[in-house]
Design a protein. Sequence first.
Length: 569
Amino acid sequence: MSNLEETTATHFIHAIIEEDIANNKNDGRVGTRFPPEPNGYLHIGHAKSICLNFGTAEKYNGTCNLRFDDTNPETEGVEYVEAIQRDIKWLGFDWGDRLFFASDYFDQLFDYAVQLIKSGNAYVDSLTAEEIREHRGTVTSAGRNSPYRDRSVDENLDLFNRMKNGEFDDGTHVLRAKIDMASPNMNLRDPAIYRIRKAHHHRSGDKWCIYPLYDFTHGFSDSIEGITHSLCTLEFENHRPLYDWFLKEVDVFHPQQIEFARLELSHTITSKRKTKRLVEENHVRGWDDPRLSTLSGLRRRGVPPEAIRTLCERVGVAKFNSIIELALLEYCIRDYLNKKANRYMGVLRPLKVVIENYPEGEVEELEAVNNPEDPEAGTRKVPFSRELYIEQEDFMEDPPKKFFRLGVGREVRLRYAYFVTCVGVVKDEATGEIKELRCTYDPETRGGNAPDGRRVKGTIHWVSAEKGVPSEIRLYDTLFAKSDPSKVEEGEDFTANLNPNSLTVLESSLVEPAAKDVEPGVPFQFERQGYFCMDPDTTPDRLVFNRTVTLRDSWAKIQKKEGPQKKKK
């Protein structure tokens, strides 16, 4: 059995579901949901939840709903709703006709709140937000009852209806569940379930000026939709007693909430609040900045959705949080693209080469393989001319013994072309900087093979100076210098861990002509440089490419420097 097959074996959530099916619980039916808040863009952590919820439904021939938890009109909007739907479809999942919004249930949720008031399980509190926090107590001391906790049912109903009708200002009253102010679980200390927000809602408009809070809305939305297994990340484990309490007290269909460990990657953040700060404070170029862990950022960077799904499978489903090394995602990307991505040649930091014995003005078309891992990918033509560009790092004037690239008097193979030998160097008289190499070629070695059987140890890529296309290349490093960006020195903010070298822009690169025809967003390989994709900033006059990932593990040096990643307990 392969490593991937081992990680996709039945995990504890599927074991629970299979037992429920065997016992004919919920008539053997399986219904899951993915319930994002439309107040930001999805990130890599959401990908795990998406794969788990949609994948579980598919595995057990069930259903998976997409439901937007749109209960905070001040932070939510259509922009996020549309972006979330794009991201889910890009990952390869479809909710079909099962698109829902919590706002669809506002009337029903209001009726549930009224039921709680009538049964003596909810009351209108008139304490300020600060006073409520003071009365709530701490993890080591019990809370205190609000002086408004014993209002009569009739008074609570009257106040709640007046809240609904807009008679009070924001913050003057809240509706709270009446549970237990001495509970060791802070979530059960009379949590707020409705607050006044006189704000326009992107779907319900101005119909409502009171909105339910998440803990109240979530369970009832699951119940209304007939969800059987409500899969949540571990931070909701302490909320489960409240989830169960609401459904029990109103006596409605009761889904089972099950928690699992979220997906956290090293050198990244997944907090929407912190990501929003990075965007608003211009630390990054937007929600789709390729340095972010947002799905839109990963897509813009050229990360294939298949690699993200594979990562989620390899990480598996567990009960304990941990940080996964970014190197694992990069491995999944390389493993997929190695088989699928076409190859091109691009010179990132050009050094001019003049082949002295090649005819001036002549350009010939050489045959290049599109993907050596895929015979069906075919070949393409690459123009070759007297003047070329190679990478600056592929030449050393005084190379060490094991430098198998170009040096004065050394012969190397130009990929798909000829053997060339460096015979001279042209330098800037003022700075001593190497401006140009003078070389000769062996016309008998067309295609990169010598008829006399001689071999060379070095093969380098190149681009025709005459036919090469000027391009901007964006190279990305980790956005954060530390593996766990949340760990900061006392008095510092998480932005103190930002990597000042997370983006390098090369404005004088050249690529072979065929690269200009790649589809935007479709990753490919610049030979010996890594995997890239065309960026949306590309214009007819200038190509722009993002590097998706290097060809080798660039995080080995980070791991060596910082040591192995420790798990969170």
